[in-house]
Design a protein around this ligand. Structure first.
Ligand SMILES: *Cc1c(COP(=O)(O)O)cnc(C)c1O
Length: 325
C-alpha cells in the first residue's frame, strides 16, 4: 500500500529491516549506543543547542510530556488554535490544571504568536488538520512547538521546545517520539511520572520500543545522507507534482497556495468519500478523511517514488471523471 495519509508513512527497505534486530535487552551497551546515536543525530540535524529526549509513545505522548514538563509551576500557557492539534494542546494543559489562554484563528489561515503575559506560547508548526503552515516569530516568550508533522518536511524556526515523532517526515516507524528542549526548561518539579522529561536526560528510564528505536536510528542516518534540505526539497517537489495534477483535473483546494505545507493537501470532495477511498484503496493507495465537512486529505510524506504519485493521479482522475466528466 502507498500511504498518502500523514503518518505512519512508507519507509525504506533499510529502515524496515533495521527493526528486525529488535530482540535485544535495552540495558545492554549495544542498545544504549543505538539510543545515544539517535539522540545525537536528532540534535545534529535539528537543534544542536537543545537536549534530545526520546520517548516511547506516539507524538501525542511527546506533546503531553513537553507541556507538562516545560511550563513552569503556576505558569501560564498561550495556545494558538487553528486546528485540532492546537486544540489538543490546550486541552492537555488544562487537564494538568495549567492556566491556558487560547488564541483562536480561522482554520484556513496561518496563525502566529503574539506578545502576551505568559510563560510559554504553544503552537503547531504544520497544522495537519488542514495542511496550513503556521508562522513562528520571536516575541520574547519561549515557544513550545508541536512540529510532529513538520520535522524533516519544513524548515524549523527557532523554538525553545520542539516536539517530533519518528513516523512522519523522519520516515521511521510508529512507537517513538521525541522532544528537543533547551536545558533550562527541564528543571521543574514533576506534574506526572512517566512523561516527566527530566527523567529522560540520561536516556529512556523505562522499557523503550526497541524495534522502533532501531528503525529511528536508521531513518536518521538515512536522513543525514539525504540531508534535511534535500528531504524538504523532495517533499516540496512531490507536493508540486500532486498539486499540478489536482489542478489539471479541476479539483478545488481548501487552502490558498502560499499557506500550504510541503506535505499535505486538503481538497474539496469531488464525490462521496467512502467511494473515493474504496476505489483508490483497491489500486493500492490510502487517502485520509478530512476533519471538516466535504473535504479529504492527501499527504506526501514518506518513502514514495514520483512514479507512484503519477499512478495515483491517474487512478484519481479516472475515479473523479467517471463521476463528473
Ligand atoms: C500526527 C500529529 C500529532 C499526533 O501524533 P500521534 O502520533 O497520532 O499521537 C500531533 N500533532 C501533529 C501536528 C500531528 O500531525
Amino acid at each position: 500500500m502507498i500511504l498518502l495519509n500523514p503518518g505512519p508513512v512508507n519507509t525504506s527497505p533499510r529502515v524496515r529491516e533495521a527493526q528486525l534486530a529488535g530482540e535485544q535487552c535495552h540495558r545492554e551497551p549495544e542498545f544504549l549506543a543505538v539510543q545515544e546515536q539517535a539522540r545525537g543525530l536528532l540534535r545534529e540535524l535539528f537543534a544542536p543547542d537543545h537536549e534530545a529526549l526520546l520517548l516511547t509513545g506516539s507524538g501525542t505522548a511527546a506533546v503531553e510530556a513537553a507541556v507538562s514538563s516545560c511550563v513552569p509551576p503556576r505558569g501560564r500557557l498561550m495556545v494558538l488554535v487553528n486546528g485540532v492539534y492546537g486544540r489538543r494542546m490546550a486541552d492537555m494543559a488544562r487537564a494538568y490544571g495549567i492556566e491556558v489562554v487560547e488564541k483562536r484563528g480561522p482554520w484556513n489561515e496561518p496563525i502566529e504568536p503574539e506578545a502576551c503575559d505568559c510563560d510559554f506560547v504553544g503552537t503547531v508548526l504544520h497544522e495537519t488538520t488542514t495542511g496550513v503552515l503556521n508562522r513562528v516569530r520571536d516575541i520574547g516568550t519561549p515557544i513550545l512547538l508541536d512540529a510532529i508533522s513538520a520535522v524533516g518536511g519544513e524548515e524549523l524556526p527557532d523554538a525553545d521546545v520542539i516536539v517530533g515523532s519518528a513516523n512522519k517526515c523522519i520516515q521511521g516507524v510508529p512507537g517513538v517520539s521525541f522532544v528537543l528542549a533547551r536545558e533550562r526548561h527541564l528543571r521543574h518539579p514533576p506534574r506526572n511520572y512517566y512523561l516527566h522529561l527530566a527523567r529522560y536526560r540520561e536516556g529512556v528510564p523505562f522499557t523503550p520500543a526497541v524495534p522502533a528505536t532501531l528503525a529511528l536510528r536508521e531513518a536518521l542516518l538515512e536522513l543525514r545522507e539525504e540531508t534535511v534540505a534535500g528531504r524538504i526539497d523532495r517533499y516540496r517537489r512531490a507536493a508540486a507534482l500532486l498539486r499540478d495534477g489536482f489542478e489539471r483535473m479541476g479539483l478545488r483546494f481548501y487552502l490558498k497556495p502560499e499557506v500550504r505545507s510541503n506535505t499535505l493537501t486538503t481538497l474539496h470532495l469531488p464525490t462521496d468519500y467512502e467511494l473515493l477511498h474504496e476505489r483508490l484503496k483497491a489500486e493500492g493507495f490510502v487517502i485520509y478523511k478530512g476533519l471538516m465537512e466535504g473535504v479529504f486529505r492527501v499527504a506526501n510524506m514518506g518513502w514514495i517514488e514520483p512514479r507512484e504519485l503519477l499512478r495515483f493521479l491517474k487512478v484519481l482522475e479516472e475515479t473523479v471523471c467517471a463521476r463528473s466528466c
